[in-house]
Design a protein around this ligand. Sequence first.
Ligand code: FE2
Ligand code: FE2
Length: 196
Amino acid sequence: MSAKNASFTDVETIRKRARMHMEAGAVTEGYSADRATVLKVLNETLATEIVCVLRYKRHYYMASGIHAKSIAAEFLEHANEEQGHADQIATRIVQLGGAPDLSPDGLSSRAHSEYSEGSDLVQMIEEDLVAERIAIDTYREIIQYLGNDDPTTRRMLETILASEEEHAEDLSTMLQQLGKKGEPPSEKLRASRAKL
Ligand SMILES: [Fe+2]
Ligand SMILES: [Fe+2]
């Protein structure tokens, strides 16, 4: 049986490299991803999360107003989790030497998902499900793009992706509980399904 060929950079070279460009912080010479692209994509992801926070908050207050307490609580939980995702992404952007774009100008055009208000509970849940499905597909694509070039960003997005999949699952369950199981989905949901 032949031993696996392992070639590691020698300690001296690693030490020398680490001392050069210390101002680059966590970004070392071994970082092989295209940093400008990663930062751009992460800022779009950050915008997506913030739009999701705002949409879930809106839905939380509106559902509270129509006395749908358990659904409102679910919306609030999702809003808080999206905020957590936004914080993780902003932290990573800074680690990579970038700056988180938190400008309200152009926020919705930077985001992948939309801010849709929805006029009743079912529509709100459907809009949230559409947004989650967009996030799931976009994040999966970014994860594939990152591959082994930036494993830290990739792992972070993998964790966030798993959370968005849980959100989508929660929303589907809510639709079923509202008796929407088996009914034809609304136009918008159908369009999103066809696209993905
Ligand atoms: Fe999220
Ligand atoms: Fe989500």
